[in-house]
Design a protein around this ligand. Structure first.
Ligand code: 5GP
Ligand code: MN
Length: 343
């Protein structure tokens, strides 16, 4: 199935030999990246491994409650320390990303490492030649579900502690849109039932993730929904284009824009929703679709990105105006598919 990667089941028998292990995930980690990373951390330390979690960049404040989060290294802020840890790693787990460039400044370092690299991910078209072992399954709801499968399939379900369950729950809950998306299989619900049996208190986690924002985030949402949103009814498409000045004025922090793209997607008739944010160093885009419009292909073709069929993102170096023009040209090119959508 994977011409390069051997199945992760090959490493089950090696788990009880203590090693130096590094776990990493994509830049600006979301709850699935951080949750799968820390879930795996709480699992591996029980075998006596020396385990370090390294994030390529900083992360949203609403993830800091996760057990173990305070020990996570930020590669950009702690480059020397993180580099020293990477240089002595026997195993490197790469979670929730498909290509090394999703780790930003860490990409070159990771690509150059000669240790055993293991991929656990649910994005399309992984860079398989980089990994000795791996599992890549786009049908999986989340990387957290895949880490859960890894633990169960290796015969170690008894090692799921309450802390571990909290991390994995945060990942699977957010990546399924609170168990809403079609990826929410019966297996996902069985996993959550098992986590509940292991002591999980799920209400607290929803509160930690969704009820911890500052006022400015909602003032910012008000501003961009009122003044920066354009609807293209002929294309069943909505776009929010955000200049850097708005981010500065409302003191927008990492993670504050997460979920924003779902507002235009909730408008009756909208099949494709996009946000393009001028982050200063790059123009970051997010795409969401309903039904048969493939935003992974769309993001790859026009915005140097990728992701999933109904959720993808990208980045451009051109100015915001140029990227917005690119978007408008791109929906014109896809008019046939976008305008034919039936409600
Ligand atoms: P978001 O819009 O929440 O940033 O990302 C949605 C999905 O698209 C995620 O699964 C994420 O991994 C993927 N994605 C976001 N930005 C990029 C990008 O620049 N490159 C690639 N390959 N995938 C991206
Ligand atoms: Mn994910």
């Amino acid at each position: 199935m994977h011409p390069f990667m051997q199945p992760v089941s090959e490493i089950y028998s090696l788990l009880d030999q203590p090693k130096n292990i590094v776990i990493t995930f994509h830049q600006k980690p979301d709850a699935d990246a951080m949750g799968s990373g820390l879930g795996l951390y709480h699992f591996l330390i029980q075998f006596g491994h020396t385990v370090t979690v390294i994030s390529p960049t900083n992360w949203a404040g609403f993830l800091s409650w996760m057990p173990g989060c305070k020990k996570v290294l930020d590669y950009e802020m702690q480059t020397a320390r993180a580099t020293a840890v990477l240089d002595t790693a026997d195993w490197l787990f790469c979670l929730d990303f498909n290509t090394m460039d999703r780790t930003r400044k860490m990409a070159e370092k990771l690509t150059g490492l000669t240790c055993t690299k293991i991929l656990i991910d649910h994005h399309q078209q992984p860079q398989e030649e980089q990994f000795k072992y791996g599992i890549s399954d786009v049908k999986k709801s989340s990387t957290s579900e895949m880490v859960y499968d890894f633990i169960i399939n290796s015969g170690n379900g008894n090692k799921i502690t309450k802390e571990l369950a909290e991390c994995l729950y945060a990942g699977v809950m957010t990546d399924t849109g609170s168990f809403r998306f079609t990826s929410t299989s019966a297996a996902v619900h069985r996993m959550v039932a098992d986590l509940k049996d292991k002591g999980l208190e799920h209400s607290q986690i929803h509160e930690n993730l969704f009820d911890n924002f500052l006022e400015g985030r909602f003032r910012f949402f008000g501003q961009v929904l009122l003044n920066r949103m354009e609807i293209f009814y002929d294309y069943n498409t909505a776009l929010i284009a955000i200049p850097q000045a708005d981010l500065i004025k409302y003191n927008v922090k990492t993670g504050d824009t997460e979920g924003l793209v779902n507002f235009p997607l909730s408008i009756h008739g909208i099949k494709l929703a996009a946000i393009i944010i001028d982050r200063g160093d790059e123009r970051k885009s997010s795409f969401r679709s309903k039904g048969g419009f493939d935003v992974n292909t769309f993001a790859r073709k026009y915005f140097n990105g990728g992701g999933h069929f109904n959720a993808a993102g990208g980045k451009n170096s051109e100015t915001l105006d140029v990227v917005v023009k690119k978007f408008k040209d791109a929906i014109k090119e896809n008019k046939e598919q976008l305008s034919s959508y039936k409600f």
